[in-house]
Design a protein around this ligand. Structure first.
Ligand SMILES: [Zn+2]
Length: 167
């Protein structure tokens, strides 16, 4: 259970996605319906022919409103289902329970932690700092200043890298 998203949550997530798609198609069909109704092809239109024998103009308008409302209801329900499926009941804040929320969000936090680690590993500076923090103290860097041009040279340098004078 921990670390993985349960099949039940996956099901709820994809169910929500389906609701949104159906709601969206239903919403679009409203316009197709109206276009056919108002077009010269009116009664031959596919969407119109299917419903028109039983509906007068008023009920067509009513049908438009009902389909509009129910398509938005489907989209909203679908959106909520997707959120709950993704984050769990507690993780999405529907149930107020921090302990369960932490459990619900574990899979996502694990990914987040992994991504942060990937980023950190690419940064050399951080590597040095972690080495220091973990006790492997880096050796202090000693520089030698050239007596004639004042340039800082490495401790083991034999000649100045700037003026070439022997150190
Ligand atoms: Zn020098």
């Amino acid at each position: 259970m921990s670390g993985k998203i349960s099949n039940r949550r996956k099901f709820v997530y994809y169910l929500g996605m389906m609701f949104i798609i159906i709601g969206f198609l239903m919403f679009l069909s409203n316009f197709i319906f109206i276009t056919f109704e108002g077009s010269p092809f009116g009664h031959k239109g596919f969407f119109f022919r299917r419903t028109s024998p039983f509906l007068g103009f008023d009920s067509i308008v009513g049908g438009f409103a009902i389909r509009g409302v129910s398509s938005f209801t489907l989209i909203i329900i679908g959106g909520v289902l997707m959120i709950v499926g993704r984050a769990g009941l507690a993780g999405s804040g529907i149930i107020l329970d921090p302990e369960r929320a932490r459990e619900d969000l574990k899979p996502w936090n694990r990914v987040k932690g992994g991504m942060i680690n990937d980023t950190l590993n690419e940064i050399d500076v951080v590597k040095t700092v972690t080495r220091k923090l973990s006790g492997e103290e880096a050796e202090p860097v000693i520089k030698v200043r050239c007596s004639s041009c004042r340039t800082l040279n490495d401790e083991d340098a034999k000649f100045c890298k700037n003026c070439g004078k022997s150190l």
